[in-house]
Structures are given as C-alpha cells and as structure tokens.
Design a protein around this ligand. Structure first.
Ligand SMILES: [Zn+2]
Length: 354
C-alpha cells in the first residue's frame, strides 16, 4: 500500500462514522496531511452536520495546527455549492490547502466537476481516482441515485432449512432468524431510506417496519412502502396507526383516505400491473436513494423478475418450520447474480449476491 493509499484508507474509515445518519448525503471522510503525517481528521457525521473537509479543518484549528501547505485526502470531490453548509471548496482555499487528492468524483449533475474546476482555477494541485472503487462502493446508494434517479435496491429474504419462509397459513407466523441475524437486519433498515413490503406481509405479520437498534437521527426514519393495489391494508395495522415513520401506500386507483393518520400517504400507479420500474422512479423522484425490499415471496419474485434488484441478502436459518408454508429458492444464480460472500451467523447462513 502506498502512503497515499494509507491516507485515503483512513479517510474511508472515518467516513464510516456517519453510517445510517447522513442520508441522503453520502458518507465522506477527509484527512489533512503535512510532512508525511496526518494532522487532522474529519467526516460527515450526521445530516445537517459539517462536511468532512470542514470538520478536518476545524480539527486542525482546535489543535492549534496550521493547515497551510497541507494536502487533503477526501473520499469525494469537494462540494462547490451552497447546501446546508457553505461550499467546501471555499473552506479548503481559505485554509490554505495546497494539494487535494480525491477518491470519487461527484456524480451529481448539478455540481459535476465544479469542485475540482474551482480549486484548479485557484492554483490548488488536484489529483483524483485514488481508491476510487472503494470510495464509490461506500457511497453506492448516492452514486446510483445520481446516475439513475432511482434507489439502489437491496432485497432481503429469509428461509428455514427447507426454503420455507413461513409456517402454515392457518397458524400465527413465527420469527425464526437468530438474534444476531435480526440485529443485522436492523442495520440494513438503518442503511435504507425506504422499506418495501407487499400488502400480504402487512396482513399476515402486521410488522412495524421501523429501525430498532442503530441510531439514525437526526435523519428521518425510512419510509414504509406497502404495495397495495387493491386497498387491502387493514386500517388497524401498525403501519397505519403508529406514526413512528412515514407510511406510503402504493395503489392502483384512488381509495378513501379520510381516516388516514398524518404519517400516511397514498400514491396511485394506474393500470392492472404495477411495473417495478415505475415504482422505483416514483421513489427516486421522492429522493429515496436506498430501498430495502423485505417481503414476502410474491414481492421478491416481482422485483427479481424485473431485473432491477442490485443486491440480495439471503439468510437460511437452521430451524425447520412446520410444512405447509410458502417456499423460496435462495439460489440467485438464475437471476444472473453471483454469491459474493457467505457467512455463518449464530447458526444461520447469510449470503450476499450481486
Ligand atoms: Zn462539502
């Protein structure tokens, strides 16, 4: 690993500290280097907080270290527009940073190349593309949304040993994943801006679909999206009543919404069949960058058949459910995906497919 790569890797590591809390902004980290030594560190910590570059400059200031003549390693091209904070390009110029090494270029069309161009004009030496792949992977949802204007789609499916997702329909559904697998499932929710289920899951399980565990504030909790073309969501279901997160019903025509709570919204996608692409474009227009598809079997199939799922996480439990329930084949090779990892988690087998 070169020295530059070490600095950039540290910036990537710092960026992780903002996980779950910066969306719709990307995870960004920054280090300032002088005389071969990291003198200050920063990261985008939470939505509305300082950008990574600004935090690194503030870190140097608080230590009484001059930033003049330093080199900044930053995982994303510095912003050049006034958002929630003033542009980082100005902060870097003001701090007297001499050289900037960038991981990923900003894919956002409104600022494309703007950051680099403005710094270059002011005599700052710029290079980019260092560990770009790793930087881009860390901010995959952001880059995907900027490129396609629709969310990156992650599908999560759990089955028992025999591929069953549920016991017999005439019995109450049971939870069968391990504690650790459940805790990771909440991490996945915390990495999302929306969580989608079919109405059958609401009727069968009445889930709350909220994030429990990871801290995501101050950003909004993920929107709970229910595919409910024919208005079958029970008015007394948790997602309709609890107001813990926004709920969005996707329906095929207009239905009575007079008794909906303030957290409930309905959108109409007309036609006999809801196209996944249309749903994703609608969510993308709402600014949703990361979608988690949670269930059930029909919804998984509709999404997988659309070829618009970016990654799949399957969890096979060591438990065997009583027969009679629905089944799902967790081998994703038929959908043109490859298994990128496999891990034992408390007796469950967790695989990632891309
Ligand atoms: Zn910035």
């Amino acid at each position: 690993m070169t020295e530059g790569e070490q600095y950039m890797r540290r910036a990537i590591q710092l960026a992780e500290r903002g996980r779950h809390r910066v969306m719709p902004n990307p995870l960004v980290g920054c280090v300032l280097v002088r005389d071969g030594e990291i003198v200050a560190e920063g990261w985008h910590d939470h939505l509305g907080g300082l950008h990574a570059e600004q935090m690194a400059i503030a870190d140097a200031e608080s230590k009484g270290i001059s930033t003049r003549g330093s080199t900044a390693y930053v995982t994303l091209e510095p912003c050049n527009h006034f958002g929630r904070t003033p542009p980082c390009t100005e902060s870097l110029l003001w701090a007297g940073v001499e050289k900037i090494v960038i991981g990923a270029m900003d894919p956002n069309p409104t600022v494309r190349g703007g950051g680099c161009a403005s710094l270059d004009k002011n005599g700052v030496e710029i290079s980019h593309g260092l560990l770009a792949e790793e930087c881009e992977r860390q901010m995959a949802e952001f880059i995907h949304w900027c490129k396609w204007r629709r969310p990156l789609v992650t599908l999560k499916a759990s089955t028992d040993m025999e591929g069953r997702v549920d016991g017999p329909q005439d019995q109450p559904s049971s939870r069968f994943s391990s504690e650790e697998a459940m805790s990771r499932a909440h991490q996945m929710r915390a990495d999302s801006m929306a969580i989608l289920v079919g109405v059958g899951t609401i009727i069968r399980d009445d889930p709350s679909l909220t994030v429990r565990g990871p801290i995501i504030s101050p950003r909004e909790p993920p929107v709970r999206v229910v595919l409910d073309p024919k208005n079958r969501t029970p008015p007394r279901s948790v997602v309709m009543l609890d107001g813990q997160a926004p709920t969005l019903l996707v329906q095929s025509s207009k239905f009575d919404d007079s008794s909906d709570g303030d957290h409930v919204r309905r959108v109409v996608i007309p036609g006999p069949k809801m196209e996944v692409l249309t749903i994703l474009e609608m969510l993308g227009d709402m600014g949703i960058q990361a979608l988690l598809v949670e269930g059930g079997v029909e919804t998984w199939r509709i999404f997988l058949d659309s070829d618009l799922v970016d990654r799949v996480r399957t969890c096979t439990s060591s438990v065997t459910l009583e027969s009679g329930g629905k089944k799902f084949d967790t081998d994703m090779t038929g959908y043109g995906m490859i298994k990128v990892s496999e891990e034992e988690v408390d007796g469950d087998t967790v695989c990632w497919w891309e």
